[in-house]
Structures are given as C-alpha cells and as structure tokens.
Design a protein around this ligand. Structure first.
Ligand SMILES: C[S@@+](CC[C@H](N)C(=O)[O-])C[C@H]1O[C@@H](n2cnc3c(N)ncnc32)[C@H](O)[C@@H]1O
Length: 285
C-alpha cells in the first residue's frame, strides 16, 4: 500500500480528532482527573514559573495547557495549538469556565508553527508528537520558536506491552481481522514508544540536557463497561480499527474486551496500567 503523504496524514488527523471531540467533552472531567499526574510532571519538566510565555502543542481539549496557564499565572500566557477546531472549542469552554484569561487556543499544525523565532519561554506537549508525519521537522520548529536556555517537556505513549489500557482492544480486534504489521515509522499511538527515539531527534535538533523516563501509572475505572465506553469515545485511532468489524463482531469483541479488563480488577476498581515516555530537554544558551 502506498504510504500517505504528510498532507494526507495531517488531514486524516484533523478529521479523526474533530470526530471524537464530543466524546472527549463527555469524558473530560474523568480524564482530567485521571491524567492530572502527567500534567504536573510536564509542568515541572518544563521548569514553568509565573510570568513565562508557553506554547502547548496538540492541546486537544486543553491539557496540559490549562495547568500550564494556572502555573504561569496572570503575568504569563499560554497558547495552545491543535489541528482540530472542535477539540479546541471544548478547550476554550473549559478555560472560560475556569475563568482563565491568560490562555488562547489556535488551530494550526505543529510541523509549521505560525510564530516568530525565539518567541516562547517553554514548550509542553502531551500525547501529540507521535501522530505527526514529520516529527524531526516539528522538533526543528520547536527549537526555532524557543528562546535560548528554555525547556521542552513532552509525553508520548511507551510500548504497547506496558499499556494494557490501550493494547487490550487492539489485541481483541486482531482476533477478528488481520491488521497489517505495524510500520515502526508510520504515525500512530506507539510511533515514539522506542527508548531514545524522540530523544535522538531532539538531540539532532541541537537540544541538550535530554532526560528520558518511562513513567508508570494506571487509569482507574469503576466498571469494565466504563473503560470500554470511555476509550471507544475518545481514542480516534482505536475507533478507526473498531469500524472495520461487523456489528456482530463488535458485539463479541466488546464482551472479550470487558472480560480482559476485568482481570485487572483490584477490589472495587479496575486499574489499567499505562506507561508514558516523558522526554524533557533544554535549548542551549
Ligand atoms: C490524543 S490527543 C491529545 C490532546 C491533549 N494534549 C491531551 O493530552 O489530552 C492528540 C491531539 O493532537 C492533535 N494533533 C495531531 N496532529 C497534529 C498536528 N500535526 N498539529 C497539531 N495538532 C495535532 C490532535 O488534533 C489531537 O487533538
């Protein structure tokens, strides 16, 4: 199969994430709470403090941009950029309800940042970079728009084996249909899972003090059904695979996903492990 052009990938991403924006808003509060620990980590890794001007890449419905805005305070400012206008509309509603006036959300592509060189004091990004068709190009853009001696903090998914939260439905879908072997260089959930991959690209772009850690955690659900519904509502790439199943296959697959998730029950909750690759670095002086 001919690989998609970068423009086709970007357009597919825009459509995918706009399609699931309603699901993200439905589950917003739940995931904001579940994933808050990652936001704190990103804020720390980027050395954020009051007064900084920060760019958040692929902000979706607003995280970590909103925690970033809280940290830099009224004397600082945050711009969140994302391809998907409908995700950003949800982010804007959330910013308004939290009464944040120091954060704005703009549509745009991370690979061609519409900003002046050396115009930001930090960059944060959570679960975006692995979906880009040209990651080194985006990394060069990050280096361009940052001032000297500033920090970047990133979070991407680590290996599927360490992420039952995402792997369970993919494994079950594979029981019904043959999926092509994953192309390690194709954009997707696990594109930056390999240790050193993103770090190497950052180093190539001239970043220093590169720190990488696989950060382990879990996402907690009260029922396996809640897990299934929430994931299917927000995970655009998994939705795309799910759509390949017939209605009767979907019914059976749902049962199998729920059955597998139950194996992670700890008392009254189901705790599905996640492993997130956190990579931080500094633009040299
Ligand atoms: C999984 S969501 C993550 C959203 C948010 N950062 C979070 O962690 O909740 C991925 C986001 O990356 C955005 N995205 C993907 N490719 C992009 C690109 N080339 N430029 C800007 N945003 C992009 C998508 O539109 C989507 O909102």
């Amino acid at each position: 199969m001919t690989p998609l052009s970068p423009e086709q990938v970007i357009e597919g991403q825009r459509q995918d994430w706009n399609r699931v924006a309603g699901g993200w808003e439905t589950w917003d509060r739940f995931f904001d709470e579940q994933m808050a620990f990652l936001n704190h980590r990103l804020v720390g890794d980027a050395r954020l403090r009051a007064g900084l001007r920060v760019l958040d890449l692929g902000s979706g419905t607003g995280y970590p941009a909103l925690m970033t805005a809280q940290t830099v305070g009224p004397s600082g400012s945050v711009i969140g950029i994302d391809l998907a206008e409908q995700m950003l509309e949800a982010a804007r509603r959330k910013a308004a309800s939290l009464k944040f006036s120091n954060v704005t959300f703009r549509t745009g592509d991370v690979t061609t940042l519409p900003f002046e060189k050396a115009s930001f004091d930090a960059v944060t990004t959570r679960f975006c970079l692995m979906f880009l068709p040209e990651i080194p190009k985006a990394v060069a853009e990050i280096a361009r728009i940052l001032k000297p001696d500033t920090w970047v903090s990133t979070a991407v998914w680590s290996a599927p084996e360490k992420n039952p939260y995402l792997k369970i439905p993919i494994d079950v879908i594979k029981q019904f249909i043959e999926l092509p072997p994953p192309d390690p260089s194709a954009p997707g959930i696990f594109r930056l899972a390999k240790p050193g991959d993103l770090a190497g690209m950052l180093q190539q772009a001239g970043f220093v003090d590169i720190a990488e850690q696989e950060f382990l955690g879990d996402v907690r659900f009260s029922t396996a059904d809640e897990y299934f519904s929430s994931l299917m509502d927000i995970a655009a790439p998994i939705q795309n695979l799910w759509a390949k199943l017939s209605p009767s296959q979907q019914t059976e697959a749902k049962q199998r996903i729920i059955h597998t998730a139950e194996q992670y029950r700890k008392g009254s909750i189901i705790a599905l492990p996640i492993a997130v690759r956190m990579v931080a670095c500094r633009k040299p002086t």
